[in-house]
Ligand binder design. Structure first.
Ligand code: SAM
Ligand code: DTB
Ligand code: SF4
Length: 338
């Protein structure tokens, strides 16, 4: 097995290990490696493409919360389920700018605006475009996650200067129907193609711990790695179980399997930034440290994700200090040392 996967990071042509033809069997074989072999390989790939101790941090803001018409079985914001979410209409631009400023002061380099929409209306998009301009003016990278986009909407966001668009595949094509019935996998791929064609950087990943099989985790990573271009940013979310959602009560994923998922994502998409995304509040520091070693080099930073809890900023700063991790752009932010 090890012979089949030579240490590709030793290749001086780094670009040559970027592949888009990963077969399921190959990916399953990576998952099946002895843990130490897998982590060694993943960490080698990581070092060949990224600074090993630098982590990019993004801050999320829910700009429109709850009452979403989609039925994503994991999501507290779906109107199909009875959860304790306080609905909110689209936030005014000045509130978004205030949150972006605070995120920048705290050391974030990217600000990600999320809306509980199936897709934005053109009127809503005008508002988001205003927000993108105002957030950029604060000196932050911008990201938005607004649901499905058509080609025209993606072009408008690109023209507004949006840096990243987040749209996840969530799981394997085979498991997808168990989780979402109101939008197809094909529609997700179409949105991703529009975002890519518009010249916006793609942020695309998925969720594990939803009761999917190991084969489904393999299938998700295969879909991501075999996109025409790898997403620049790959968020790997661990399901945050929210009471009232159908997935509440799902058997927890083995943390070692989670670390394996990060490691395999790193090997398949060597140059992408892999984000250790939702679920960190439920993880031990040790698991997070393992994930950073396995190739994760980005997190969501700030005490809230969209509607659920994320670790406190000071806890993350302490963890970074204990691990000797530095953040992208560190030193530019007044509060970064706090
Ligand atoms: N409504 C838009 C959409 O779904 O494309 C944008 C916002 S949506 C909340 C963004 C992503 O958050 C989802 O695709 C899903 O991957 C992730 N997410 C939502 N709820 C989650 C949960 N409970 N645990 C982990 N990830 C979650
Ligand atoms: C992503 O992959 N994870 C983020 C972001 N993209 C938008 C969202 C996580 C949401 C977790 C549940 C919540 O806080 O509502
Ligand atoms: Fe709506 Fe997005 Fe939640 Fe699905 S994940 S219910 S589309 S907010």
């Amino acid at each position: 097995m090890i012979e089949r996967y030579p240490p590709i990071w030793q290749d001086p042509m780094h670009g040559s290990d970027i592949r888009h033809d990963w077969q399921r069997e190959e990916i399953a074989a990576l998952f099946a490696l002895a843990f130490n072999d897998l982590l060694y390989q993943a960490h080698g790939v990581h070092r060949a493409h990224h600074h090993p101790s630098t982590v990019q941090i993004s801050t999320l803001l829910s700009i429109k919360t709850g009452a979403c018409p989609e039925d994503c079985a994991y999501c507290p914001q779906s109107s199909h389920y009875d959860t304790q979410i306080e609905r909110e209409r689209l936030l005014p631009v000045d509130e978004v700018v205030a949150a972006a400023r605070a995120a920048k002061r705290a050391g974030a380099t990217r600000f990600c605006m999320g809306a509980a929409w199936r897709n934005p209306t053109d009127k809503n998009l005008n508002k988001v475009i205003e927000m993108v301009g105002a957030v950029r003016a604060q000196g932050l990278e911008t990201c938005a996650t607004l649901g499905m986009l058509n080609a025209g909407q993606a072009s408008r966001l690109a023209a507004a200067g949006l840096d990243y668009y987040n749209h996840n595949l969530d799981t394997s094509p085979e498991y997808y129907g168990n989780v979402i019935t109101t939008r197809t996998y094909r529609e997700r791929l179409d949105t991703l193609a529009h975002v890519r064609d518009a010249g916006i950087s793609v942020c695309c990943g998925g969720i594990v711990g939803m009761g999917e099989s190991a084969a489904d985790r393999t299938g998700l990573l295969q879909q991501l790695a075999n996109l025409p271009r790898h997403p620049e940013s790959v968020p790997i979310n661990l399901l945050v179980q929210v009471e009232g959602t159908p997935l509440h009560g799902t058997a927890a994923l083995d943390p070692i399997e989670f670390a394996r998922t990060i490691a395999v994502a790193r090997i398949l998409m060597p140059a992408s930034v892999v984000r250790l995304s939702a679920g960190r509040a439920q993880m031990s520091d040790e698991l997070q440290a393992l994930c950073f070693f396995a190739g994760a080099n980005s997190i969501f930073y700030g005490d809230k994700l969209l509607t659920t809890e994320n670790p406190e900023q000071h806890a993350d700063r302490q963890l970074f200090a204990r691990l000797g991790l530095h953040t992208v752009g560190e030193g530019n932010a007044p509060d970064a040392a706090a």
